[in-house]
Write a protein of this length. Structure first.
Length: 303
């Protein structure tokens, strides 16, 4: 079984950060030949290719990128240890690694995660964004503590995890004041033939929204489809079309994107889940997020 050589790991880390052996050698005050030899030995010990040539620079292989993510964490913790030793008053931070599915509203994601930053102990937040499948792969190897998603964990994936409902919200339709003036009639009839920005195929509410439009005999003019909710709102802010967002964040959407509420669709409900490897939530940050979601953001349990 291979033994990890931390000197080799640091050399690899420095080359990965700087993009070349020459620049890493300057930082480490070593010769390029020495760094190159150590990398070759490290690669042979692990039995994986770490880099490939990209012109004059080096780029990481898939294995190299995975090793780099661990190296970043190892040396960050090492630097933190040295800081603690230099100053005994420095508190140890609680690492909290959150994956956010790319179709989740960034405003809701921020409001959900915010309570974790207000705990009594110091939290070091690491946020990753991506497709749910790739985030679940990271969760399965404990590279993430929690995923925020708009759907439960798919049953067909061989990943040990549990879905915890954070809350649910109906939808509101938003638009600029200029676009609103061009619309005639009352809501929801005004949606017929109105320019509309539709959530992308990966967004859980899309089928429900389309079904509601069809049932209501409404045919808006689809001018764009967006997997990324923030990008969709940016186009909406520019007046490209009407768009939907959870009613739970109406005030934040109106303030940040300078739009107004055109109407509400209570029949279409968006659900938000925390996906974790814990059946019962124990991580202090996740417990704080769950509590704030129920009591403040989505209003569950309010009088």
């Amino acid at each position: 079984m291979a033994t990890l050589n931390f000197k080799h790991l640091r050399y690899f880390w420095m080359v990965a950060k700087t993009g070349s052996i020459a620049r890493a050698a300057e930082q480490l005050h070593l010769t390029p030949q020495s760094i190159s030899g150590q990398l070759t030995e490290f690669s042979a010990t692990l039995d994986v290719e770490l880099f490939r040539r990209a012109g004059r620079n080096l780029e990481l292989t898939e294995a190299g990128r995975r090793i780099l993510s661990y190296a970043e964490e190892i040396f960050t913790i090492g630097d933190e240890l040295l800081e603690v030793l230099r100053d005994q008053k420095v508190k140890k931070t609680l690492p909290f690694r959150v994956g956010i599915a790319d179709n989740v509203s960034k405003l809701i994601a921020y409001r959900l995660v915010e309570p974790a930053l207000k705990l009594g102990e110091q939290v070091r937040l690491v946020c990753r964004e991506g497709r749910l499948a790739s985030l679940l792969a990271e969760l399965s190897i404990h590279r993430l503590d929690m995923i925020i998603a708009d759907r439960q964990m798919p049953a067909n994936l061989n990943v040990r995890g549990y879905s915890h409902l954070l809350g649910e919200s109906g939808l509101s339709v938003f638009g600029t004041s200029g676009l609103a003036k061009e619309l005639s009639g009352s809501f929801p009839a005004l949606l017929d033939n109105a320019p509309f920005l539709l959530p992308g195929e990966d967004v859980a509410i899309r089928p429900k929204l389309i079904e509601w439009l069809e049932t209501s005999n409404l045919r808006p003019r689809i001018v764009g489809e967006f997997d990324d909710s923030a990008l969709m709102k940016a186009f909406g802010q520019a007046g490209a079309g009407l768009f939907v967002a959870p009613t739970a964040i109406v005030d934040h959407v109106c303030e940040q994107y300078k739009v107004s509420v055109i109407g509400r669709i209570d029949a279409v409900v968006e659900h938000l889940y925390a996906i974790t490897t814990e059946r019962r939530l124990t991580h202090p940050a996740i417990v704080a997020i769950s509590k704030a979601a129920r009591e403040d953001i989505f209003g569950v349990g309010k009088d």
